[in-house]
Design a protein around this ligand. Structure first.
Ligand code: PGA
Length: 309
């Protein structure tokens, strides 16, 4: 069947429906010999007769009936596809493939709420991984858009900031330094410290900051999850530096506090990125515009950025 063409299938379907090559030719504005030739070629591709002629009338063979059913399915699928494309152009259908770093999961799902309500036909695939994992996904072109706070230097990307991502020193609320002002960064030297896993962007930023100030951290625990680190801090295992976003939804009952340490917060931005020159799908473009416009406001409202006050 690989040699069969869509045109041959159309001609066959018309001939089968009319039971006549002549009527099929009239409908398709072709000559009768052309119809007959197309059906002959299709018959050769199938390897079995498609019609039997009884008197002047054509009847489908078993193979012909099977092919007719298949043709109808194919044409139906194609017409559905046409509708889907039309809808996508009108931005009603499609899938948004989004990859975000772990900390972005504290606000991105909230952002998606109003977006999905506006475009109910859009499905979302949201992948959450650390910085290094996201770079691998970028390399494999698995996401249409990505959200991270340290744009890659080894890829040529279009990179657009849309929100602050301050990294704060977090401690249990009953920590001896809690409530003190302008704590010198050196005071953290002896503190048991909890750090994210290798490959984490947060870990990289924290290490750079302490190295710049010649401070050697006393790493007590390495954990691959922001939530686990929060629990460990609350459990008195140490302090850590994490994005202020991890405090979203904590409210006044939080067991954590932000220490007012000099040189903190580490000021970072959230960026939405995609490979430079990549043609964004209609759906991805809509989300990109939403993010840079209203998304920013929604994220600020929900992301505990005012936790300090
Ligand atoms: P992380 O990334 O989840 O890998 O720590 C955060 C970031 O992009 O800074």
């Amino acid at each position: 069947m690989k040699q069969a063409t869509l045109h041959q299938l159309k001609v066959f379907e018309a001939a089968a429906r009319h039971g006549s090559f002549t009527r099929a030719a009239e409908e398709l504005f072709l000559t009768q010999p052309t119809v007959s030739m197309q059906v002959k070629q299709l018959t050769k591709a199938v390897g079995l007769p498609l019609f039997e002629q009884v008197g002047k009338r054509l009847y489908l063979t078993d193979a012909g009936r099977e092919l007719l059913a298949t043709c109808r399915e194919v044409f139906e699928r194609l017409s559905q596809f046409e509708m889907t494309v039309a809808d996508m152009k009108g931005l009603k259908q499609g899938q948004l493939r989004l990859g975000v770093v772990t900390t972005a999961k504290y606000f991105v799902p909230r952002l998606l709420g109003p977006f999905c309500r506006r475009y109910p036909g859009i499905d979302i695939s949201l992948q959450v991984t650390n910085h290094e994992g996201l770079l691998d996904r970028l390399n494999d072109n698995l996401d249409e858009l990505q959200i991270m706070s340290q744009p890659p230097t080894s890829f040529d990307v279009s990179c657009h900031p849309f929100l602050e991502n301050p990294l704060e020193v977090l401690a249990p609320h009953d920590h001896p330094l809690a409530g003190q002002k302008n704590i010198p960064i050196e005071r953290l030297t002896g503190e048991p410290f909890i750090i994210r896993e290798p490959g984490s962007g947060t870990r990289g930023a924290v290490q750079r900051m302490f190295e710049e100030h010649g401070i050697k951290l006393k790493i007590r625990l390495e954990l691959g999850s922001n939530e686990a680190i929060k629990q460990a801090i609350a459990g008195g295992l140490g302090i850590s530096v994490l994005s202020r976003h991890v405090l979203a939804l904590e409210g006044g009952t939080s067991m954590l506090t932000i220490l007012d340490v000099e040189n903190f917060p580490i000021r970072q931005q959230w960026y939405v990125i995609y490979p430079k020159g990549k043609q964004l799908s209609v759906v991805a473009r809509a989300f990109f515009d939403y993010l840079l416009d209203e998304g920013k406001r929604v994220a600020e409202d929900t992301a505990a950025l005012k936790f300090r006050e």
